[in-house]
Design a protein around this ligand. Structure first.
Ligand code: ARG
Length: 477
């Protein structure tokens, strides 16, 4: 499509505007304005939603005897033919026809004449585009939620495969206490479960029919909005016509759920990148999900995880763009709202491909269980357990904390670990220590955290099974 195409071709013999809305205009828009105003390059993606909305609208108009059944049949057949041509790639989109709505209507009218000119009775592009966008967001929410479920399935599978693998848990990125890798993976499963709920909520808010609001104030025909809602699968109809044409909160809801999902994907990716580094060395990435360096022959780079982390920036940016687009708008529809689409499409596309690739990568990750276990023991990761040991013998916890802290300082000074200490060393730190202190090890530390939500192996197994059952319930509908 040429960017300047249309200016002269648009002019009819009287020199009046050739636009579908051109009645009160005596000249053409500037070619640069056509280019600036047009959204067809991106909103053509809404052709299916637009055609479905128009078919529902025309069917309703015929039922209400606003148009004839003959006109309705011509409109429906014409729109179905246009849809086939768009899908075959043979439909000609024209920049001078501005957007998807006018491109379809103009071709329909060229082909079926007055019936095509009657389609827009009792409708405005304002309620039309709001309807199309809601249909799009509703489907996007479903697809995103479905891919989130796949990722959760992959995390649960990995938690099952790595049921025995131990790693250090961190706070402040300092080794803190031993945990099961499965527990760590299931923490991400919990985040993605909340994300799935958010997309279900976003879907419910999008699932409201704006059509019938007209340009802003409602329409003068005896329309049946409930019928149109039912035809398009909307849960209910909008309650205020001004709000219906100007509301893009449902777009923000998608962005907002997507931004948080992107943040979760970014955090997970960051973990994988750290774990795959020589410094951590807990995980290895499969060749299929890594790339090499063009100069350093030894390199294996976690590009997929890095891109998943990096792409969160644009999804967050798109949320901010949508909010900022809305903030200065008086009621009702303003052309600003045309700017809702590119960022929406970008976030949908970005989230979907990121979910797909991260889900595919998860089962290819391998873990070095020996290294994880060694790291889980190192750096006095059992110090809390040693303090808890004293507290369970009746020593006030703060006193126990103090005594074990002093023991850690002593070991650090002497280059020792707890495993190097004799019972006498322990007793010198606090008289309540007895021989069984030397039974505290990584497995004992894990097993001791036997509370709901804790990292004890039995609890993690239960949590994993509960997560799997919840996922299967969701999938069953
Ligand atoms: N392309 C426009 C949009 O995306 C369609 C609605 C235009 N309405 C209007 N009155 N100009 O918002």
């Amino acid at each position: 499509m040429s960017t300047t195409e249309g200016t002269s071709a648009n002019r009819n013999s009287e020199g009046a505007s050739s636009k579908l809305w051109g009645g009160r205009f005596s000249g053409e828009t500037d070619a640069l304005v056509d280019q600036f105003n047009a959204s067809i390059d991106f909103d053509r993606r809404l052709y299916r939603e637009d055609i479905a909305g128009s078919i529902a609208h025309a069917s309703m108009l015929a039922r209400q005897r606003v148009i004839s059944e003959g006109d309705r049949d011509a409109i429906v057949a014409g729109l179905e033919q246009i849809q086939r041509e768009i899908e075959a790639g043979t439909f000609e989109f024209r920049l001078d026809r501005e957007d998807i709505h006018l491109n379809i209507e103009a071709v329909l009218t060229e082909r079926i004449g007055d019936a095509g000119r009657r389609l827009h009775t009792g409708r405005s592009r304002n309620d039309q585009v709001a309807t199309d966008t809601r249909l799009f967001v509703r489907a996007a929410c479903d697809e995103t939620a479905s891919l989130l479920r796949s990722l959760r399935g992959a995390l649960i599978d990995l938690a099952e495969r790595e049921a025995e693998t131990v790693i250090p848990g961190y706070t402040h990125l300092q080794r803190a206490q031993p945990i099961l890798l499965a527990h760590h993976l299931l923490a991400y499963e919990a985040m993605f479960t909340r994300d799935t709920e958010r997309f279900a909520q976003a879907r419910a808010r999008a699932n409201v029919l704006p059509l019938g609001a007209g340009a802003l104030a409602g329409v003068t025909y005896p329309i049946d909005r409930e019928f149109v809602a039912q035809q398009l699968g909307f849960e209910r109809i909008s309650e205020n016509s001004l709000d219906a044409v100007s509301d893009r909160d449902f777009v923000v809801d998608y962005h907002s759920a997507a931004a948080l999902t992107a943040v979760h994907l970014s955090r997970l990716s960051e973990e994988l990148i750290l774990w795959a580094s020589a410094e951590f060395g807990f995980a290895r990435m499969d060749d299929r999900y890594s790339t090499g360096s063009s100069i350093m022959p030894q390199k294996k780079n976690p590009d997929v995880a890095e891109l998943a982390r990096g792409k969160s920036a644009r999804v967050i940016g798109n949320l901010v763009q949508a909010l900022t687009m809305l903030k200065g708008q008086p009621l009702a529809y303003n052309k600003d709202n045309q700017e809702d689409k590119e960022s929406l499409f970008d976030s949908v596309d970005t989230i979907l491909i990121t979910l797909r690739v991260v889900t595919a990568m998860m089962p290819t990750m391998t873990f070095d269980a020996d290294r994880g276990r060694a790291a889980a023991l190192a750096n006095f990761a059992l110090a809390t357990d040693v303090a808890d040991y004293l507290a369970k013998k009746g020593v006030p916890f703060r006193e126990a904390h103090e005594a074990v802290g002093a023991l850690v300082a002593r070991c650090e000074r002497d280059g020792q670990t707890f495993e190097d200490l004799t019972l006498e060393d322990f007793r010198a730190a606090h008289p309540a220590f007895e021989a069984d202190v030397q039974a505290i090890d990584v497995d004992a530390a894990l097993a001791a955290r036997d509370v709901p939500g804790g990292t004890a192996p039995g609890r993690v197994r239960e949590a994993r099974e509960a997560a799997r059952a919840r996922l299967e319930r969701e999938r069953a509908g």
